[in-house]
Design a protein around this ligand. Structure first.
Ligand code: HEM
Length: 148
């Protein structure tokens, strides 16, 4: 009777842990984040190129979408520097800061898209600069090696 109860209790405990695991907001695959960042980088360069030739402004659009998709991927990951934090409260705070900055990056890229659609290369360039500022801030906070 007692053994049965212990078995049941252990099963319930294991099931509980398995069920709760996906709720932890700590997906971390350093490779995935780096790959997404490299995609953003390539796409941003493509956008910059297209903005230099206003006649070819439409060519910026697929690159803008590429950057947005990669930002979505990056947003679903977390930097290693955050995942490795042992202080739970500090980690939660850093997760929030990271995701908030990723949202800002997405907003900037949506602004780039709106300006491109409106045929306003100057405005698109301004929004892209905002994305670049976010890059500098994000890198110095979450990628402290050289803060590029
Ligand atoms: C236009 C915007 C951005 C571009 C073009 C960009 C580009 C890049 C590139 C090329 C890398 C890989 C370079 C390397 O590790 O040597 C990288 C890594 C990284 N970036 Fe960004 N980034 C941008 C915005 C951001 C933002 C907003 C954040 C944070 C909120 C961020 C956080 C990181 C982190 C944590 C890494 C290291 C990834 C790893 O190796 O695990 N980036 N980024």
């Amino acid at each position: 009777m007692n053994t049965k109860f212990l078995w049941c209790a252990s099963l319930v405990l294991v099931a509980g842990v398995v069920a709760v695991q996906p709720l932890r907001s700590t997906p971390q695959d350093a490779g995935k984040l780096q790959a997404a960042m490299e995609q953003i980088d390539g796409a941003v360069k493509g956008i910059q190129g297209a903005l230099k030739t206003p006649d070819a402004l439409d060519k910026a659009l697929p690159e803008v979408w590429k950057a947005q998709r990669a930002t979505l991927d990056a947003k679903a990951e977390l930097p290693k520097a955050v995942v490795d934090m042992t202080d739970e409260k500090a980690r939660r705070k850093a997760e929030f800061a990271y995701r908030t900055q990723m949202q800002d990056l997405m907003r900037a890229l949506l602004d780039v898209e709106a300006a491109v659609l409106a045929g306003d290369a100057k405005k698109a360039d301004k929004a892209l600069r905002q994305a670049d500022n976010l890059k500098s801030a994000g890198h110095s906070q979450f990628r402290p090696r050289d803060g590029r």
